[in-house]
Design a binder for this molecule. Structure first.
Ligand SMILES: Nc1ncnc2c1ncn2[C@@H]1O[C@H](COP(=O)(O)OP(=O)(O)O)[C@@H](O)[C@H]1O
Ligand SMILES: Cc1ncsc1CCOP(=O)(O)O
Ligand SMILES: [Mg+2]
Length: 264
């Protein structure tokens, strides 16, 4: 696995997958820029009249419920249904799962469509697994990644998805495999939308990499290592946001390999 990750990063740069995003107002610009910096090609589109066609021409779909409303949810369901019927990979980012019953009801409808990957912070993954737990503090996590492992295993079992719990340690779970990534920087929690960026990047990687577990690990390690390298030269969250985009664009194999901290 470790030896393949850089190869996957190069594949995304070379193949520049079109990634269809139905995502939130807060992060739309940032995640589009992160996808471009990593070599992918983003399209943000949520009109009900076009989402199915857009899924058909894209290599992957990202569904992010961050600023959901009734109209957007219909678009998300149409798009995810189309992805499922075309066997295209799609990722669900359950932003704020557990914060309100509306979010949880929408998420149960989306889960039925069996996302290829689910990526959330620990609180969101716990809430997603147990519909009635509402410990999420808005969009930020109040739990540690390892506290969400059992919840993630339930999701893997029930929906056949690969689950990624992000946080200080990113944990990727597929079947009996668990991969622990110990990269990143604490300052990353002070920039909004980096979880959404992680999900968007996973979208790019699952669009072109056959081994979906390796695709998720490659996307998460790319973001976390870029984040820690960027944090080392940032005065605070404002410049970190800019430096992360630059590092996604210019990270080298040497930098990536020197910093990768992966256990399985
Ligand atoms: N305490 C931390 N230390 C190091 N990296 C972190 C920490 N918290 C989050 N990250 C990194 O920030 C990115 C976004 O994850 P996270 O903050 O969990 O998502 P969300 O914004 O959805 O809550 C991931 O790449 C993760 O590895
Ligand atoms: C603050 C906020 N509110 C609704 S969506 C959103 C962005 C959340 O982004 P992330 O989960 O990546 O921090
Ligand atoms: Mg999030």
């Amino acid at each position: 696995m470790e030896n393949n990750l850089w190869k996957h990063i190069v594949t995304v740069r070379q193949e520049s997958p079109l990634v269809h995003n139905i995502t939130n107002y807060v992060v739309m610009n940032n995640t589009a820029n992160a996808l471009l910096a990593a070599g992918a090609s983003p399209i943000m589109a949520h009109a009900k009249s076009e989402v199915e066609e857009m899924v058909a021409i894209s290599l992957a779909l990202v569904v992010n419920i961050g600023t959901l409303d009734e109209y957007w949810v219909e678009s998300m369901i149409l798009a995810a249904r189309k992805a499922k019927s075309l066997k295209k990979p799609w990722i669900l980012d359950p932003v704020g799962a557990g914060a309100t019953s509306y979010r949880d009801n929408v998420l149960s409808e989306l889960l039925i469509l069996k996302p290829t990957v689910i990526r959330g912070n620990a609180s969101e993954i716990i809430a997603l697994s147990k519909a009635n737990i509402t410990a999420t503090k808005g969009v930020d996590s109040t739990a540690k990644s390892d506290e969400a492992i059992q919840a993630a295993e339930n999701l893997v079992r029930n929906y056949g998805s690969i689950v990624c719990i992000s946080g200080e340690t990113d944990i990727i779970i597929n079947g009996n495999d668990k991969i622990f990534l110990k990269n990143g920087h604490e300052m990353m929690t002070k920039v909004t939308g980096l979880g959404c960026t992680a999900s968007a990047l996973i979208g790019a990687f699952i669009g072109v990499i056959e081994n979906k577990t390796e695709a998720v690990v490659a996307a998460m390690s790319l973001l976390s290592i870029s984040g820690q390298l960027a944090a080392n030269k940032s005065a605070g969250p404002g410049s970190l946001q800019l430096h992360i985009i630059d590092k996604l664009y210019n990270i080298t194999e040497e930098e990536f390999s020197a910093d990768l901290k992966l256990d399985s």
